[in-house]
Design a protein around this ligand. Structure first.
Ligand SMILES: [Zn+2]
Length: 595
């Protein structure tokens, strides 16, 4: 009885994602705008569908019949039933208005996040920044333009020596989209109203129903227990980093510098890595040239999961038909993914890699499940497409893309999502696309951890000068006398692993404070939400939970930055659910303790 509904959903699920996807990745302003408009229309349609009383009655009647269904059909039925039940009170005109407005705010928010932004600085202000990063910066009016985007922002926070300049860069990034602040405020008020209209106490209660954690209280208890356990560890780390700061500034340390600021963290962690673990980022990255690393990672997936990857050449695109556009940008690579012979050799789906920055592109790293797998009415399979959107250094003929440790980790993490997507085999697109949001990160974090093991690093790492003649000449041109060995040495790998765990306490608390903020803005009372100063709350929670301070200790008040306005996390997808990243930290700890 529900078959037509499921078939229609299967056929349109992927399309809806495509429309939205253009909004974050297309180089054409026109297509981005079309993506924005389509996303709004799709959202209106979805609100209208999910609140339809006739459909709810139909699903209710089917569930009442208690038919003997197989587990997948039963799960689908229960999921649809729960969805209609949760939204059963959303029949008012006001509810439809709220959903429409939420969507407008969400898209405007994303547009601001993706918009290019940069800060102009002199070469002497940027002292410490690696030569190759410096060489990439555009010059305007005699000054260097540092993009407030991955990978440049992170590199600057790690390497720029002058604390005052790091402060300026950090704050410039925090205030680069102030227009998102009133949007976030309006959004949390609308979410609260919408939850109330549906009969829920607040947005967290509404969202909790589809999560593994079943109540707000259980999440809060878990998070406060987590913070209490981690804070003593983070305190020791902060003292260590602060000691390094005092050592670096010596007698010159002024009253104003006598703190470990949030913009000091990445810089002194980097110093600690170099001193404590003798970790050399540049030497590491020479072993992780992008293409070679991808090749290694894919070979590993082939060994472990029996998957095989074949890159499609541009010539092959044309074989698909003259009018078929395979990629949305020339720099995107496409792979077909198959099971190996032992697993029957079946086709699994497509993997797209969109790895380099360009203006108006999504500015973080993410995996997009663009097309979902499902069974078509004629019994044949529709295959999934997994897309990795990242912002690594764009390679050029004179400069290969050498991955930093964090980038290699991130690439493996996102590939983990892609693998999870590609091996999923369901009859319904709905189930392919949506699993409990607080579970979605777990397979990736296990894979990420897997990369950081001795044997895997040894297998994947390979010095780029051994990859090709061209790379060898590039390496020789640097004038270094002794050529490093092809493989990473055991000692080097040990140092690398140690360096990745330099400040686990602070890292965990940073995630924890964002999650605590997320829970607060989605569960406070109406009156509290109306009175809530978002920037102040964000900065206070960061300082109180992590122990890293900001400009408030310099007498500049609590509103010195609007960090909460530059996080997409609370706005879409992870709202009232970012605590799942805290559970992740536990997963890491658990799997590390297992070795
Ligand atoms: Zn992830």
């Amino acid at each position: 009885m529900l078959r037509p509904l499921a078939d229609d959903e299967n056929a349109t699920f992927g399309l809806k994602r495509h429309y939205k996807f253009y909004n974050s990745t297309s180089a054409s302003a026109e297509l981005r705008e079309a993506g924005r408009i389509s996303a709004s229309l799709v959202q209106e349609f979805e609100t209208a569908s999910v609140t339809r009383q006739d459909l709810r009655a139909l699903v209710g009647a089917v569930i009442q019949r208690k038919e003997n269904l197989d587990p997948e059909d039963q799960f689908y039925l229960e999921k649809k039933h729960a969805e209609f039940q949760r939204n059963r009170l959303g029949t008012s005109k006001r509810f439809t208005e709220i959903k429409k407005r939420e969507q407008e705010l969400l898209l405007a928010h994303r547009k601001s996040l993706n918009a290019p932004a940069a800060i102009s600085l002199t070469a002497s202000e940027l002292d410490g920044l690696p030569e190759d990063t410096l060489a990439e910066l555009e010059i305007q009016n005699g000054k260097l333009m540092l993009p407030l985007k991955k990978p440049h922002f992170e590199t600057a926070m790690q390497w720029v020596k002058d604390g005052e300049v790091r402060k300026r860069i950090f704050i410039a990034n925090d205030i680069r989209c102030p227009e998102n602040l009133p949007r976030l405020k309006e959004l949390i008020l609308l979410r609260d109203e919408s939850a109330n209209l549906l009969g829920y106490e607040n947005h967290v209660h509404f969202k909790m129903e589809e999560k593994m954690f079943k109540s707000q209280a259980s999440v809060e208890e878990f998070m406060s227990d987590f913070q209490n356990r981690i804070q003593p560890i983070a305190k020791i780390e902060i003292d260590k980093l602060f000691a390094l700061k005092k050592l670096a500034l010596g007698d010159q340390i002024t009253e104003n510098e006598n703190h470990l600021f949030t913009w000091d963290y990445a810089y002194y962690r980097n110093v600690l890595r170099q001193t404590e673990s003798s970790f050399n980022e540049k030497a590491f990255s020479e072993y992780f040239e992008l293409d070679k690393s991808l090749e290694g990672m894919m070979a590993l997936f082939s060994q472990v999961f029996g998957m095989q990857f074949f890159k499609l050449s541009t010539d092959q695109y044309f074989k698909l038909g003259a009018n078929i556009q395979v990629v949305w940008h020339d720099s995107v690579a496409v792979f077909t993914v198959w099971n190996d012979d032992q697993l029957g050799g079946g086709f699994l789906g497509y993997l797209y890699l969109d790895l380099f920055p360009r203006p108006n592109k999504y500015n973080h790293a993410g995996h997009y499940g663009l097309g979902q797998g499902f069974l078509k009415p004629d019994g044949t399979r529709h295959y999934p497409s997994a897309v990795l959107v990242m912002n690594l250094h764009t390679p050029s003929p004179t400069k290969p893309c050498l991955l930093k440790a964090e980038e290699a980790r991130s690439l493996f993490h996102e590939l983990g999502h892609a693998i999870h997507n590609l091996v999923t085999n369901t009859r319904y697109a709905l189930m392919h696309a949506t699993i409990a949001r607080d579970f979605v990160e777990i397979p990736s974090i296990f894979l990420e951890n897997f990369l950081w093991s001795h044997s895997v690093l040894k297998t994947i790492g390979s010095h780029y000068s051994y990859t090709s003649e061209a790379f060898l000449s590039l390496w020789e041109a640097q004038g270094v006398l002794e050529r490093p060995p092809k493989e990473l040495g055991d000692e080097q790998i040990n140092r690398l692993i140690a360096a990745q765990n330099t400040t686990p306490g602070i890292s965990a608390l940073q995630i924890s404070s964002s999650s605590a903020f997320d829970m607060k803005i989605h569960s406070s009372s109406r009156a509290e939400l109306e009175a809530l100063n978002l920037s102040e709350t964000w900065n206070r929670m960061k300082a109180e939970i992590t122990g890293l301070v900001g400009a408030e200790v310099l007498g500049e008040g609590w509103e010195w930055g609007h960090g909460c306005s530059r996080f997409g996390m609370f706005v879409r997808g992870y709202d009232a659910g970012s605590y799942s990243y805290v559970t992740l930290v536990l997963t890491v700890t658990v799997s590390n303790s297992d070795g």
